[in-house]
Write a protein that binds this ligand. Structure first.
Ligand SMILES: [Zn+2]
Length: 251
């Protein structure tokens, strides 16, 4: 059986002499695994469209639950990521997150759109990398059912004063109200941005402004909350951080 769909290549692994095994996030069927025969040969017609972090239209052939790529044409190659190690590392982190939080054969249209929007912005340099990363992590939490409770202080019930995010409880509270366990500073600007990210239309996810200091707090909170909820590490995140330290050593 043949089916044509749009797919983002989250991961490619070399298989045998010249094949690739692809992990795809598709528009209609969610996450899939497919084999791209001969994709590593120079003469292959599907070489470009089956590279990691490429969005492509693919025709897949399915036989007894196994899929192979029959045809593939590039829709967006995100070229701006390829010549820049830091951008490529962060994009790979987005792909690893999308893979970790998706389920095989279950449509994930919001996740696909979020990942594509963030890759596009990163590739074109439309926003700071830290801002795209914080937006991606926060929105991904909301899409995946881990949205933090941001509407009011979880302790006193009022609009939070000097808000902090409680990582264990997934809620916001006033600094003076406390809350249990590990907390991150959000500040009012950070809370406003997080609320925006939880509710903004998908296409406008990056249309918010933030001072550098507030962005640093938001970035710290979004990453720590994300890692706490997913309860795992991401090698691509560690790699991105190591590149940044190398490029911008601490004084
Ligand atoms: Zn309070």
């Amino acid at each position: 059986m043949f089916e044509t769909l749009q797919a983002l290549v989250l991961r490619e692994v070399r298989y045998k002499e010249a094949d690739r095994i692809l992990t795809l996030l598709t528009d209609r069927d969610g996450k899939l695994t497919a084999r791209a025969r001969g994709a590593l040969r120079k003469s292959s017609r599907i070489a470009a469209a089956t590279q990691q972090l490429t969005f492509a239209e693919m025709t897949l052939f399915e036989n007894r639950g196994r899929r192979t790529v029959n045809e593939a044409a590039v829709l967006e190659s995100f070229d701006g990521l390829r010549g820049d190690m830091e951008k490529l590392a962060l994009a790979s982190y987005f792909a690893e997150c999308a893979e970790a939080l998706s389920v095989e054969d279950q449509p994930e249209p919001e996740l696909l759109q979020l990942t594509l929007n963030c890759l596009y912005a990163l590739s074109r340099g439309l926003h700071k990398a830290e801002k795209i990363k914080a937006a991606f992590e926060t929105r991904l939490m909301c899409i995946s059912g881990y949205a933090p409770e941001l509407s009011r202080c979880a302790v006193c019930g009022r609009e939070p004063e000097d808000p902090v995010l409680s990582l264990d409880q997934g809620c916001v509270c006033c600094r003076s109200c406390g809350g249990r366990g590990e907390r991150c500073d959000l500040g009012e600007e950070g809370l406003t941005a997080m609320r925006y990210l939880a509710n903004a239309p998908a296409k406008q996810i990056l249309s918010f402004d933030l001072s550098d200091s507030a962005l640093a707090r938001l970035g710290d909170a979004s990453e720590r909350y994300f890692l706490r909820r997913t309860e795992r590490g991401f090698s691509t995140l560690d790699y991105w951080k190591s590149l940044r330290e190398y490029a911008d050593p601490m004084p």
